[in-house]
Write a protein that binds this ligand. Structure first.
Ligand SMILES: [Zn+2]
Length: 709
């Protein structure tokens, strides 16, 4: 650095320091003015307070941090705000004339932090740079004696961002870091294609473990397991799912997993669902990085509050402009959004930075989930998402500068696990949920319990068990007992079906009668007129309907096995035609005893075995690999009796979700199945990437090359 530059930089530091002191004085006086619980005393006390707090922080913070780290982390950082207040209290205790009451104890440190954040923002000071230097000191201290010479690989996932939306973001100029990599040809951008279940559970299982078999959707019912409803991201379920899919050779064997659903068999992990198994296990040494200095978590907390305000503003804008479709978003969502978008984002970058500087890990995979969360609620390409992507892009630039400072080289890969498709929800369009609609197609005497979710994934992971759902199991048991007490022809069939005797079905009189009615399936379905039956209040469950984006899963839970097409038609003749004829439904997938997987649309059937089409191809608009994906999924365990996929309107590029989310993913149709991967240009072109497991193979191969090279 030349003398002139050095002078400018020192001058800048001095000016910023003066501004920071003035802003903090203003903050102190402001609280004195508005709060009856804090008194400054003589005016010059405000300067003394600011200086005393700065000194106390630098002396006391390291001591508190050392002894109270577990407390800080297990209170999600709120403990650190408490310590900030304690230090403030100690610092001002001996200043004559100052009075700090209970509210003042909390108010002053927070308002001072707001003032500091405001000044660093308007002076364009990247606080992160100075924090890197702190982390660096910490990292070097615990650095192992040997140095790995080969490059490591850091994989950063932007949850839910499709290839096409990424390109729009680049064109809009909101992702300058990514743009420069592509322009300078250091990285190559490629689209890939998800499996049928276009959601994080299936995709991360495939990407991180190379195996996503039997992951039917984000949530599914396990009939054989007493109708247990498995939820991919749930802290108590993710470890069980990982146990099933992992063979110990995941992507992160000598690496770190941060903020993911599955661990990729990583050596270390932070904020990873499959490794938490309960909130109490959130404590983790890697999280220390976030609390190395007194101000860092305060800064994250202020950004968190700011994001809540941004969300409220967006709600107002959506209302005033009457943007359609739109969701009613709650204050609780605003806090969840800010948690996913800000707290996790900042924490992830800081943990990664520390690992990069230490240089011990060979691989890392981290999820930035802000885009997915905001797109679900505001819309896939709503104005809200661009600022979220801009902040994520900033993290990439921060991590790049950390790599520059590290002794070890790391390659960066940016990818997404799936995209999202836009559109008003099924309920918004038709005034009824899929669960309620299905209910209308079933006999009155069939007691039905519907359980639809209207929950975003992030909240799913942290909320306690839903008591209502837990009761389903019990209810189903009762219903079964009731049913088996009764006699009658339908009951006999049920018993026989449970024993899986196909010949009995076909010899049964009732079946033969029905068979006559629909000797030609397509004619039968097309000729059907929807009967809207009055239903009694659902008391008990014989039916569970789940939504995973625009994929609906219908489980008839009285039977321990998956019912086939013939059985469904015989038992509930209105159900399949009623579904297929609904204009919100694109196609359904059922398994036929005689014909294998049948994809049925309003005007045609696609027989997956043999790829035979009768009438119009129901998969016409869903991509050329749709039959392949459906065929694979049809062989999965725990498949619903009927899998439903909403329509895809190619002209307006819209789907309709069975959850209350206007940006959605989980099934087929549009950008949801078209994520991207941005990889170092020196890597070999992997060819077509179809299915999440192909991403695993590609990345694993390159990681192994790097290890041995
Ligand atoms: Zn999502």
């Amino acid at each position: 650095m030349s003398f002139k530059n050095q002078l400018i930089s020192s001058l800048k530091t001095i000016i910023i320091t003066i501004l920071l002191i003035l802003a903090n004085i203003a903050a102190v006086l402001f609280v004195d003015y508005i709060s009856s619980d804090f008194t400054v005393g003589p005016l010059y006390n405000s300067l003394i307070i600011v200086i005393a707090v700065a000194i106390a922080n630098s002396l006391l913070w390291p001591i508190f941090r050392r002894f109270l780290m577990k407390f800080i982390i297990l209170t999600f950082g709120i403990g650190s705000l408490f310590i900030n207040s304690v230090i403030f209290y100690i610092a001002t205790y001996f200043i004559p004339g100052v009075h700090v009451g209970f509210y003042g104890f909390w108010q002053v440190p927070i308002v001072m932090a707001i003032a500091t954040t405001f000044i660093t923002n308007i002076t364009n000071t990247n606080y992160f740079d100075s924090y890197i230097k702190n982390i660096l000191r910490y990292a070097i201290k615990r650095k192992s004696s040997y140095n790995k010479q080969y490059s490591g690989v850091i994989m950063l996932e932007i949850d839910g961002l499709s290839f096409n939306t990424l390109k729009k973001a680049i064109d809009k100029g909101v992702m300058p870091t990514v743009k420069s990599w592509i322009e300078n040809d250091t990285h190559t951008l490629k689209q890939w294609e998800t499996d049928l279940s276009s959601q994080t559970g299936a995709s991360q299982a495939g990407i991180l473990h190379g195996n996503n078999r039997d992951i039917v959707a984000y949530r599914w019912v396990e009939k054989e397991n007493d109708n247990n409803i498995m939820v991919s991201g749930k802290l108590s379920h993710a470890p069980k799912i990982e146990e099933r899919i992992s063979n110990g050779e995941g992507l992160l064997v000598n690496g770190i997993s941060i903020a993911n659903m599955f661990s990729g068999d990583s050596k270390i992990s932070a904020l990873t669902s499959s490794r938490l198994g309960g909130i109490s296990r959130i404590y983790n040494k890697t999280l220390h990085t976030i609390f190395l200095d007194a101000y860092n978590f305060q800064r994250i907390f202020i950004l968190f509050l700011w994001d809540i305000l941004v969300e409220f503003k967006s709600q107002l804008v959506h209302d005033i402009k009457n943007i359609q479709p739109r969701l009613r978003r709650t204050p609780v969502y605003a806090a969840i959004r800010a948690g996913a978008n800000v707290v996790l984002r900042e924490s992830t970058t800081e943990i990664l930075t520390s690992e990069i500087l230490t240089g011990e890990i060979d691989t890392a995979y981290a999820t930035f989930m802000g885009y997915d969360e905001v797109a679900h609620h505001s819309g896939v390409e709503d104005d809200d998402v661009w600022s979220v992507l801009k902040q994520i892009d900033l993290q990439f630039s921060r991590l790049t500068s950390a790599i520059t400072m590290s002794d070890r080289d790391y390659k960066l890969v940016i990818l997404s696990d799936h995209g999202q498709s836009n559109g008003a929800t099924f309920k918004q369009r038709y005034g009824i949920t899929l669960g309620n609609y299905v209910r209308r197609l079933l006999p009155d005497d069939l007691t039905v319990f519907r359980s639809e979710y209207n929950i975003d994934h992030f909240r799913d992971a942290v909320l306690p068990e839903n008591k209502q759902l837990q009761n389903i199991k019990e209810r189903v048991e009762n219903i079964r007992d009731d049913l088996f007490d009764k006699s009658g022809p339908i009951q006999n069939i049920r018993n026989e079906l449970n024993e899986r005797k196909p010949s009995i079905i076909f010899e049964n009189e009732q079946y033969l009668n029905l068979r006559e009615k629909y000797s030609n399936s397509l004619e039968y379905i097309k000729g059907y007129e929807s009967v809207q039956q009055s239903t009694q209040k659902a008391k008990d469950s014989e039916l569970i309907v789940l939504g995973s984006g625009n994929m609906g899963l219908i489980y008839l839970t009285q039977w321990s096995q998956r019912l086939n097409y013939e059985e469904i038609v015989m038992l509930f003749p209105d159900l399949i035609p009623g579904l297929v004829n609904h204009s919100g439904v694109g196609f359904i997938l059922v398994n036929s005893l005689s014909n294998g997987g049948m994809v049925i649309g309003q005007n045609g059937i696609y027989y997956l075995d043999g790829d035979r089409i009768v009438g119009e191809n129901p998969l016409e608009d869903f991509g050329k690999n749709a039959p392949k994906h459906l065929k694979r999924q049809n062989s999965f365990k725990n498949m619903p009796d009927i899998l439903v996929n909403s329509f895809y309107d190619r002209k307006h590029d819209e789907v309709c979700a069975f959850e209350e989310l206007i940006g959605s993913h989980g099934g087929l149709g549009g950008n949801q199945s078209k994520p991207f991967i941005l990889y170092p240009s020196e890597w070999e072109n992997p060819g077509d990437l179809i299915g999440a497991e192909s991403i695993y193979k590609f990345l694993k191969r390159e990681i192994e090359k790097s290890d041995s090279g």
